[in-house]
Design a protein around this ligand. Structure first.
Ligand code: TTJ
Length: 649
């Protein structure tokens, strides 16, 4: 073959692969939801994780130690790492630099002869080219071989060949992208708190990693730096920060078997509830799975074995159940698997069967050793389990003797409930409203067809510290459960929910945040399936009204960019003869029924935040701080949140 002929063939091959590239990325722009879940706020944030995951992988492979994320003044994102840098050499197959392929070919990325597997992500892990396709522009800088390599793309198309733009005295990769407003039609504004929360979680899950978030937007300047030498043990300490613990330092163990790494951290609190969180390849496995199963089985067996061997439990006595030994437990389990199988309704259940025995074995060994070496703590753990077992047996007996019904049947709908006329749960909404006066406005302002109102008064019971019968005796709580129609405890049945939207409507001040936290904790602990079904929402009453004369022209919703929105609105109305003024809403009670409907309840205008299980878990953590005996953290929290007057849930 002549050299000319060979070149021609290569050119043809190249053209063919280029066409495929363009078709691939065009498909992403046609159906973005298929690749990133949605084009809403969630999808927008997803782009960041898609990029950050690559840097996390480089860190897990042992080559990067520092990741920085920047929200730029124009709401674009920059991610910087100090890894080896994406390879820039020309690949045989494509005739193009590897880095170009990473950003232009669907599903490329990850392995470039570097060995190791892709650990991070995995749930969506669709690759950086998807981010590229959905960005008006994306630029990458690779610091490698003493050079800075640079390439830019627009809506997925290469602008120019990869070129060297300077000298480098380090290695690493920097990616900057501008999400396309044609795709993200709902919003292109990033939420600091959303990014911050996940970045902190990634720091907990990847021991030793340094990761930071910097907000460079006007008026929002702030930065957070995370680095946890303790990894998930630090996570457990963080969750238990405001709780009373029965031993100071969390038990921590890590191990590896067949290329699968397993880490477990746990600590007992004096609470009655368990908080067990599991992760696979940094993804929160809400639905649990084989790693949790292995952990639970091991925990129950090791504690029973120890108790029997040390005569804390007599040979003829019943074993403690799983529930008994998990009372008051806070645990985080994290596995990293080369080929994770995600199952379940929300694909957040780890399915790999071999993980059961690996987790079981690794944790059993470490936990048995711990109990042997710490007999005093071991005794406390066993005694706590025995107490839980006694309470369980007593409660069961009481139920059998009285066969008393809970009294939460729908036939006893609470008097305070203003029900709606529809009984199709798919369209009905229950508003839990703080205070009688706001309750009154909500009742007259609502759409009676599908909106029901349940006013609650004052602070509700602290369910964290209360026993089951005390909870069941509480009026506010009873009325909530009766109205929902789901029953309580063992009889709880989410399919009986009378409303598929449960909307918490509290004041936009610290007290309102407090009550909302209480309600979320209640829901998290006793109505979790409702939360998992996505039925729980938080109403977002406006924080400002922009008035001209006595007429309200515009409402501003609370949020991280509320001040900027207010400024913009004031400017819009500054033309006329009378200057606009600001009304600040402190409580729902300051709005009349019509305003409340227009701003907060009318489905056409309102803004509601759906509460995720994670949000509720965070509320649960904050809860102890607000309710507990310790004054200092509570004061700090209120001071920190006073300015924005909304609790971030
Ligand atoms: C792969 O194996 C050879 C050496 O380089 C490895 C690699 O690709 N490392 C890497 C990729 N580090 N950082 C990235 C990366 C960083 C960002 C911000 C975005 C993307 C797509 C990749």
């Amino acid at each position: 073959m002549t050299e000319d002929k060979q070149q021609e063939m290569q050119a043809q091959e190249y053209d063919a692969s280029q066409i495929q590239v363009l078709e691939g990325l065009e498909a992403v722009r046609m159906r973005p939801g298929m690749y990133i879940g949605s084009t809403s706020k969630e999808g927008l944030h997803h782009l960041v994780w898609e990029i950050v995951d690559n840097s996390i992988d480089e860190a897990l492979a042992g080559f990067a130690s520092h990741i920085e994320v920047f929200i730029e003044p124009d709401n674009s994102i920059t991610v910087v790492d100090d890894g080896r840098g994406i390879p820039v050499d020309i690949q045989k197959k494509t005739g193009r630099p590897a880095v170009e392929t990473v950003f232009t070919v669907l599903h490329a990325g990850g392995k470039f002869g570097g060995g190791g597997y892709k650990v991070s992500g995995g749930l969506h892990g669709v690759g950086s080219s998807v981010v590229n396709a959905l960005s008006t522009s994306l630029d990458v800088r690779v610091y490698k071989n003493g050079n800075i390599y640079y390439q830019e793309y627009q809506r997925g198309h290469v602008v120019d060949d990869l070129k060297i733009i300077g000298e480098a005295d380090r290695t690493g990769t920097t990616v900057h992208f501008v999400p396309d407003p044609e795709i993200f039609t709902e919003t292109t504004v990033y939420d600091f708190d959303t990014l911050n929360k996940r970045i902190q979680e990634l720091a907990f899950l990847n021991r030793g990693l340094r990761i930071s978030l910097t907000d460079k937007r006007e008026g929002m300047n702030q930065e957070k730096h995370y680095h946890y030498e303790g990894g998930i043990a630090s996570y457990v300490e963080y969750i238990n920060e405001n709780k009373d613990v029965i031993f100071e330092t969390p038990i921590y163990t890590d191990g590896e078997m067949d290329d699968i790494t397993v880490e477990v951290a746990m600590q007992y609190t004096t609470d009655y509830h368990e908080t067990v969180m599991s992760f696979a390849n940094n993804i929160h496995t809400h639905e649990g799975g084989t790693h949790e199963q292995g952990f639970r089985t091991a925990l129950t067996r090791v504690i029973n074995d120890y108790a029997k061997k040390n005569k804390l439990l007599k040979e003829n006595e019943d074993n403690l159940t799983g529930e008994d030994v998990r009372e008051g437990l806070t645990a985080v389990i994290s596995v990293k698997h080369p080929n994770p199988q995600f199952e379940g309704q929300t694909k957040t259940k780890l399915g790999n069967s071999e993980v059961v025995k690996i987790t079981n074995r690794l944790f059993s060994d470490a936990f048995s050793d711990f109990l042997l070496e710490n007999p005093q703590i071991a005794k406390k753990i066993v005694e706590k389990g025995i107490l839980a077992a006694k309470a369980r047996v007593a409660a069961k007996r009481a139920r059998e003797v009285t066969r008393k019904k809970s009294g939460l049947e729908i036939s006893n709908l609470p008097g305070k409930l203003a029900d709606c006329s529809s009984n199709n749960p798919q369209e009905t909404e229950l508003f839990i409203v703080e205070g009688d006066s706001a309750g009154g406005s909500a009742k007259s302002g609502r759409n009676r067809e599908f909106q029901a109102i349940l006013p609650i008064r004052g602070k509700i019971l602290n369910v964290e510290k209360a026993s089951m019968d005390k909870i069941l005796a509480n009026e506010e709580i009873r009325s909530l459960f009766t109205a929902m129609g789901t029953g309580f405890g063992a009889e709880f049945d989410v399919t009986k929910a009378r409303y598929h939207k449960l909307v918490l409507m509290t004041d936009a001040d610290v007290d309102g945040a407090h009550i909302r936290t209480l309600l979320l904790t209640l829901i998290y602990r006793y109505m979790k399936p409702v939360l998992e079904a996505g039925y729980v929402y938080i109403a977002q009453p406006p924080i400002y009204g922009v008035k001209v004369g006595s007429e309200i022209k515009e409402y501003i919703q609370p949020g991280t960019n509320q001040e900027a929105q207010l400024t913009a609105a004031l400017e819009r109305y500054s033309e006329g003869r009378s200057k606009p003024t600001i009304q600040r809403y402190k409580g729902l009670g300051e709005m009349d029924d019509h305003q409340l409907w227009e701003t907060t309840m009318n489905p056409e205008h309102r803004l509601m935040a759906r509460v995720s299980v994670d949000d509720a878990a965070e509320a649960d953590r904050i809860f102890d701080m607000l309710m507990g005996d310790r004054v200092e953290p509570r004061r700090e929290f209120i001071e920190e949140n006073a300015e924005y007057s909304t609790l971030d849930v």
